[in-house]
Structures are given as C-alpha cells and as structure tokens.
Design a binder for this molecule. Structure first.
Ligand code: ADP
Ligand code: ASP
Ligand code: MG
Length: 452
C-alpha cells in the first residue's frame, strides 16, 4: 500500500485535481490511500479570516468568504457539473464557518481550539473535490474524515498524533475501504483529540498526516507530491541553480526541513524512520520525473558530503544576562516555560559564563508581546529580524571548500552566531534577515556549484 499526499498547488484547480486523479489511477500499486492539503492559498485565507474576525471587519470577511465559495464552487462545477450535492454541502460548510467566526467577531477573542476548527475547513473542502475527481476518472473513492481517523494530543495549532489511538481508528475507518479496493481520501493537517475536538497539526502538517498514516497502516511507501522535482540542493525560489537530489538519508532530510526547507514538514520524517518506510518526493506537475528517494540506506555513508543549503527567516536571539542575581539554569527554565506556553520552541540554547543565548522562531509581529510576557525573568536583550542559512550534509566540517570559506570570512556577510548541528549534520549561520537570500546563493555557488 502507498500513501500519496498532494500539496496545495497540486490540487489548486479542477485541472490539477484531474491530474492528481490520473496519477493515483495510473499507479502500479492499486492499494492507495490519498491525503490532500487544502487548495493553494486557502489556509492563508482562513488565517486572514480569523484576523479580520478579531478586528470585527465584517465587510472584508464577506469578501474572503465569497472568494472561498467561488473558488470551490468553480472547481466543483467543472469536475461534477451534474452534482448539486457538492454545492449544497459547500454552502452548509460555509455556514458552519460563519458561526465559528461570528463568535470571534462579537467577543474579539478566539481560543486556539476554535481557531483550529476554522483552519481545517480548506482540507475538508478539498477532500470532497478530490473524491469527485477520482470517481470522475473511473476509480472508486470515498471520503474519510481525518478527524475520525487521526487522534492527537490537545496542543491546538500544533497537535501531535497519538499513535496507538490513530492505529485503532484507522483500522476501523480506513483499512476496510482499502481491502475492498476503494481509495480512501483524507484531508491532511487535521485530527481530533481523544474527546473528538478538532485539531490541526501546524502549518505544512499534511506531510506529517501522510507519514503517520503510512506508519499505522504499515504502508510500503509514502509519496509526497508537490510543486518541485524533489528535494533540491537549495530552495529553487531563492537559488536559481538548485538541482534535484536523487537520494537522501532520513537524517539529512529531517535536518534540512528543520532548517526551513519547506518541501517537507520537519516532524514528518520521524514516523517514516520508525516504520522503516521510504519516502519519495515527486512533482505533481511532472509525474514522470524520478523525484527524490529518502531512505535509511542513504544515511549510511561514511564520506563527508554537503547535500544542500537551507534557509529560514523570522528568528530572534534572546540573550539572558546572568548578572549574578539568578541561577542561569533556573532563569533559562523560566524563560523556556513562558515561551512553551506561547507555542514557541527554542532552536538552540547555549550557556556561557556571563550569559545564556537562546535562539527562537519568532517573527517580528510577535516580538513585542513575547517580550512583555518575559518581563520579570531577569536582564534580557533581544535581537529580532534574524535568519539562518545552514549547510546540511554529512560531516560537513570535513569539507575543504567550506573550511576555506570559513577562513575567508564567508563572503563578508556579518555572522552573528554559528550553530554547529549534532554530529556534523549541519552548520548554521545566523545573520540579519536581509542577508539570508544572498548568503544562501553564495554558499550554494561556492559549495555546490563547484564546477561553475
Ligand atoms: P506543498 O504545498 O506541496 O506542501 P510546499 O510549498 O509546502 O508544497 O513545499 C514545496 C516548496 O518548498 C517548493 O515550492 C520550494 O519553494 C520549497 N523548498 C524549500 N527548500 C527546498 C528544497 N531544498 N528542495 C525543494 N523545495 C524546497
Ligand atoms: N493546508 C495546510 C497549510 O497550508 C497544511 C498543508 O498544506 O500541509 O499549512
Ligand atoms: Mg507543504
């Protein structure tokens, strides 16, 4: 059995949905489970709706709701012109969405729990359309509600699947369909708590849905169908000369995504490792391309190698001055606790004789409210609007080109901190946000375009 996950661009229009149905229908392995994201841009629109509701901007909300209705209705009319049922269900879902948003608009507040109920609508709508596309292509397909198949903890907005319960649910909800030769279609990104309250797995979380489903269903492969030819030597949107990597290890793929390579969700690799399930990244726009194979075998290399350059923005560096007044570890524990309550995980933490440095994922928009929450935790300096460019590979510090680059001073970009990843898997350079792209391009040129 293969779990096939399709990202937002891959299901972004009626034509794309048809192309997806073709990919699934022509697969050599007929036992497929399909996971779909929301159509491209829809989760962003739902996020925008939440912001508008909190601001009580009724007219703008109507505009976004109309756009959502027209987009999905347009696709439905193209895919199943004779089926009025879809349009009726769409209206019903939009009414539910309005009720949820109304609460936020009138009270000016929204809990993470109600936000998750809103954010999942895109996947709910897309999965119905994809079922229609598959049936239109002559395959038997059925919609399975992920909120009944994937059990998660209660970390709304970034929920983590609960394996044993998900396995039990899937045995009841998914396996019988597969055994009958019917293709179950599930919305990615969604789950529900043990009490049945809807959750989401965090942005980009459909990849995680796919690998968790593969693990509990004992699939022999996960395919992540997206809008690029595979895992590349850098983000092709930033580095024009980026190339596809044919094979990469689980470990490198996990490090790469943790450093911001959006092609995979960082948490999606662990279930694949646990189940020993190979992952393949494929291009839904070019299905004949080989793509990238992610396997355990590719990790077992002893030769030093640089695989890829990853980058991310929206980071902040917190420097906690010891000042003799507070025990450094007690101070760090208090700060980490406050950050965790706000769903902010540290990227790195280092204790020095005079200060503790904490690098966190914190876009500028959340900087001042986070600083307010940290008041009273001692002397603290913060530097926001930072980014990291990371060289990812195997024993990267043994690479002579990287060593000479380090000696030369990295193309004169001011480096604020260097993060040495575990076991030489990566070397990350913390820089001002505005220097991120240029540094990614120049590191790629010097380290991965050696013949250029
Ligand atoms: P999907 O909607 O299919 O999940 P995403 O937008 O989440 O797609 O991820 C695919 C995008 O990841 C690509 O369009 C590309 O810009 C970006 N990306 C970042 N780093 C890499 C990389 N190393 N290799 C391939 N794509 C990358
Ligand atoms: N639709 C969600 C998002 O845009 C989940 C996903 O696409 O993986 O983040
Ligand atoms: Mg994605």
């Amino acid at each position: 059995m293969i779990v096939k996950k399709f990202g937002g661009t891959s299901v972004g229009s009626a034509a794309r949905m048809r192309a997806v149905a073709e990919i699934v229908a022509s697969s050599a392995d007929h036992r497929s489970v399909v996971v779909t994201s929301a159509m491209s841009g829809v989760t962003d629109q739902l996020t925008r709706l939440l912001e508008l509701a909190l601001d009580n901007q009724r007219e703008s909300m109507e505009g976004v709701l109309d756009a959502l209705r027209e987009r999905h209705r347009g696709v439905a009319v193209e895919l199943v012109p004779e089926d009025r049922g879809f349009v009726e269900r769409l209206e019903e879902r939009l009414r539910d969405l309005r009720v949820l948003l109304r609460g936020a608009r009138l009270t000016g507040r929204i809990t993470p729990r109600s936000a998750d109920a809103v954010l999942g609508f895109g996947e709910l709508l897309a999965q119905e359309l994809l079922v229609a596309a598959l049936i239109g292509r002559g395959r038997q397909a059925v919609l399975v509600d992920s909120r009944e198949a994937v059990a998660t903890d209660e970390r709304f907005g970034a929920a983590r699947p609960l394996l044993a319960e998900t396995e039990m649910r899937c045995r009841a909800q998914v396996v019988p369909w597969v055994e009958k030769g019917v293709i179950p279609v599930l919305g990615g990104y969604l789950g529900s708590t043990l009490d049945g309250i809807p959750t989401t797995l965090g942005r980009g979380g459909s990849d995680l849905s796919a690998s968790i489903l593969a693990l509990v269903l004992d699939a022999h492969r996960v395919e992540i169908w997206t809008d690029v030819d595979g895992v590349m030597t850098a983000d092709p949107r930033v580095v024009r000369n980026a190339r596809v990597i044919d094979q990469i290890g689980f470990r490198q793929a996990a490090v790469l995504s943790a450093h911001g390579a959006k092609v995979l969700h960082p948490a999606s690799i662990a279930p694949a490792i646990r189940g020993g399930i190979p992952v393949r990244i494929c291009n839904a726009m070019a299905p004949d391309h080989r793509g990238t194979q992610i396997t355990a075998q590719a990790d077992e290399t002893s030769s030093p190698r640089i695989e890829s350059i990853a980058h991310r923005k929206g980071l902040a560096l917190l420097v906690l001055e010891h000042g003799g007044a507070m025990d450094p570890s007690e101070q760090a524990t208090r700060v980490l606790g406050i950050l965790a309550e706000r769903g902010i995980d540290p990227i790195s933490l280092s204790f020095g004789p005079l200060e503790t440095r904490l690098l966190i994922d914190l876009p500028e928009a959340r900087l001042s409210s986070t600083l307010e929450a940290l008041e009273g935790t001692g002397e603290l300096r913060v530097r926001g609007r930072l980014g990291m460019v990371a060289v990812v590979g195997h024993r990267v510090l043994s690479d002579s080109a990287l060593l000479s680059l380090l000696r030369e001073g990295l193309e004169r970009t001011p480096i604020l901190q260097i993060d040495d990843g575990n076991a030489g898997d990566s070397l990350g350079f913390l820089v001002e946000e505005e220097n991120v792209e240029e540094l990614a391009r120049s590191l790629h040129r010097r380290l991965l375009e050696k013949d250029a």
